[in-house]
Design a protein around this ligand. Structure first.
Ligand code: GUN
Ligand code: FE
Length: 439
């Protein structure tokens, strides 16, 4: 295919930076470029060093190129749940979220929502997400079909839930297992798709279903596992009443073999010491969901405390309890949550987190979250002066960190100038029809 030379300011991470002086951790090319060919990054460096005849040049100056954003916890069937008023977690689920997810039994609805969902991710600069689908296998088919149509690296799974949910939103231990297994066979490893075994949370799965989820995890060790952990005090109390033998909330998942380095646990706010030690020992990943945790009044995620124990935290939007698709807005709220606990989120560490950091948590840093040669060409092009307020503020920015921080606090989808998925520009480009890709 054609080889492209993308020119602009280029920021790429090698490790989690402490601050701007930590130049071992990142490269910044003020007049930089990427050579992109066959969906991959072929080279990264200074524009003058990379320019050569035969390349199709795209000039993105003065914008900033970095790896596409990664959202590690989001609910695809909650596109129309965002901004539902008044409740905390359990009432919010019962009053707003479960009734909405029932609608995904309709395949036409699931297909239409998948298109909208991927449009939203892309316009906000997110090129990879790990998503909860609804209980219906067809919702996961809609999700992976749309991802394939766009050639996006996507992780997802149908939620397993067999109790404490309304009619039309429950599977059974057997059907949850069979449907998940069929989806794994159909989608896992096909193109850029990865499956996540997805018991929704302890309240909505019987011990029999947890056992089936554990069996799937054992049979498919290369699949992810995603669920929720210790988000809300009432949720924790209810969980303990449903699993009286468990030492604590995490122990429910541990008993069924669901906690390991491929496990992502949304929220993980109200943790006991034993749970923290076990998360560290097992290499599992708590997921910080700042806009959601504030919106539902769930609590403050202790990023610093968990990191101190050697835990690799991920960060995510958690739409539709989360309030923005933007990983920039997620960082904005995340910064404030850490401020309330006397912790700091340096902008270089923040941008590392939503790119390479989340990829490291997923064990995928050799493919995504990076602009290194040989990796997938998922790239976001960012405008640090996208609004009048940002432009005015940016006039006073003297360092890269200051400029990144303006983006971290004030940025959103208006700052996303362009997005490349596997080397293909997404804005203003026609996609192949969905039907052609359905198996
Ligand atoms: N716990 C179980 N299900 C959900 C969900 O859909 N959103 C959030 N925020 N927490 C949950
Ligand atoms: Fe969630």
């Amino acid at each position: 295919g054609q080889r492209q030379l993308l020119r602009g300011r280029v920021l790429n991470f090698h490790a989690d930076p402490v601050n701007e002086a930590d130049t071992e951790a990142y490269d910044y090319f003020a007049d930089g470029a990427l050579i992109v060919a066959d969906g991959k990054i072929e080279a990264i460096g200074d524009y003058d060093a990379l320019k050569q005849p035969g390349l199709t040049e795209v000039d993105h100056r003065p914008h900033l190129l970095m790896a596409g954003f990664i959202d590690t916890h989001i609910h695809f069937p909650q596109v129309q749940v965002v901004a539902s008023w008044g409740d905390q977690l359990l009432d919010w689920l019962n009053n707003y979220t479960f009734p909405e997810e029932v609608r995904f039994a309709d395949q036409g609805h699931a297909d239409a929502m998948a298109r909208a969902f991927f449009d939203l991710l892309t316009s906000h600069g997110t090129t990879t997400a790990m998503s909860f689908c609804s209980v219906h296998a067809g919702s996961a088919d809609a999700y992976f079909t749309e991802a394939a149509r766009r050639n996006m690296c996507m992780i997802g799974g149908k939620v397993m839930m067999d109790r404490n949910a309304p009619d039309g939103l429950r599977d059974t231990p057997r059907s949850g297992y069979d449907d998940s297994k069929a989806l794994i066979d159909r989608w896992h490893g096909r193109g850029r798709a990865h499956y996540a075994i997805t018991p929704r949370f302890s309240i909505t799965s019987t011990p029999e279903q947890m056992e089936m989820a554990g069996a799937l995890a054992t049979e498919h060790p290369d699949c992810f596992v995603q669920t929720h952990l210790s988000e809300n005090k009432d949720e924790i109390a209810f969980t303990k009443s449903l699993y009286p033998q468990a030492r604590d909330y995490l122990d429910v998942y541990e008993r069924y073999g669901l906690v390991g380095p491929k496990t992502f646990l949304g929220h993980a706010i109200h943790l006991e010491d034993r749970e923290i030690a076990s998360l560290a020992e097992r290499g599992a990943h708590p997921v910080f969901c700042p806009t959601s945790n504030l919106f539902l009044g769930s609590g403050l995620f202790d990023d610093g405390g968990l990191r101190e124990q050697g835990i690799t935290n991920a960060i995510a939007t958690d739409i539709g309890a989360g309030t923005s698709y933007s990983m920039l807005q997620t960082l904005n709220e995340g910064y404030k949550v850490l401020q309330l606990q006397g912790q700091k989120l340096h902008p270089l560490r923040a941008f590392h987190w939503i790119t390479r950091g989340n990829a490291v948590a997923m064990g995928m840093q050799d493919r995504i979250g990076t602009l290194h040669a040989g990796t997938d060409a998922d790239i976001v092009v960012l405008n640090t002066s996208a609004t009048d307020a940002m432009a005015l503020r940016s006039q006073r920015a003297e360092t890269l960190s200051e400029e990144l921080f303006i983006l971290q606090i004030m940025g959103d989808d208006r700052s996303v100038e362009q997005v490349y998925v596997a080397g293909r520009a997404q804005k203003g480009v026609d996609l192949p029809p969905a039907r052609a890709l359905r198996s």
